[in-house]
Design a protein around this ligand. Structure first.
Ligand code: CA
Length: 231
């Protein structure tokens, strides 16, 4: 069955580009230019992913997303001309899976859509570790990471840091790389910020298992997740 994508975009020229990019990848695209029409489609529940413009003639895409998230985890990509930091952060905090700024590359957009669908098809990806006991469970849909069965109560930065480390266990990430992944505006932060969040993150992991430190510090290099050979 075809994957159906609901595109909510009021500019026909942009909608056409998106539709072309996605249909050439085999997706079925349903285009709506008004928020209220989009909500009718969303209520019908027949779509697999939502691409959402923020500035719509009859309302804000963010409001639509907020209402949607009360009832549905439908994978959502925000497509917006508004590159305001606040919109991006708000969109992601409201539960958007990704955020693409106009002007955009249609190929990149299609690649991001595929990546979101791939992630959504395995909502509770288990990071492979030596034994089930030491595993982290990353639930990207709910932005929750469980460590040895306990859901960690993480700040947004701690979550993004740990998620980045777990994505490639044993890879050493420099502070700059971690900052790129976890901070919307790296230039505004300092290396120390990473150290501070790693410290609070370690404290939370220690509360669950005082004997273990799955995050290794590499002096002068950065940090990595070490999942093998944990006691
Ligand atoms: Ca618009």
């Amino acid at each position: 069955m075809n994957t159906r994508i609901l595109l909510v975009e009021d500019e026909p020229a942009i909608a056409e580009i998106v539709e072309f990019a996605l249909t050439s990848e085999g997706f079925q695209v349903l285009w709506r230019s008004l928020a209220r029409d989009a909500e009718t489609e969303l209520a019908a529940g027949s779509c697999d992913l939502l691409i959402l413009d923020l500035g719509l003639p009859d309302g804000s895409g963010l409001e639509l997303l907020k209402r949607l998230r009360r009832v549905s985890e439908l994978p959502t990509l925000i497509l917006s001309a508004r590159n305001a930091e606040l919109d991006r952060v708000l969109g992601l905090e409201l539960g958007a899976d990704d955020y693409v700024t106009k002007p955009f590359s249609p190929r990149e957009l299609a690649a991001r859509v595929k990546a979101i669908l791939k992630r959504a098809s395995r909502p509770a990806a288990v990071v492979e570790t030596g034994s089930a006991e030491t595993s982290f469970d990353l639930d990207e849909v709910r932005a929750v990471i469980r460590y040895r069965g306990h859901a960690l109560n993480l700040t947004r930065y701690e979550y993004l840091l740990l998620k980045t480390l777990l994505a490639q266990p044993e890879r050493v990430f420099s502070r700059a790389q971690l900052m790129d992944q976890a901070w919307p505006d790296p230039a505004a932060s300092f290396d120390r910020a990473v150290d501070t969040h790693i410290k609070t993150l370690r404290a939370k992991l220690r509360e669950i298992d005082p004997q273990c430190d799955p995050i290794r510090t590499h002096r002068g290099l950065g940090y990595s997740a070490q999942l093998r050979n944990l006691p």
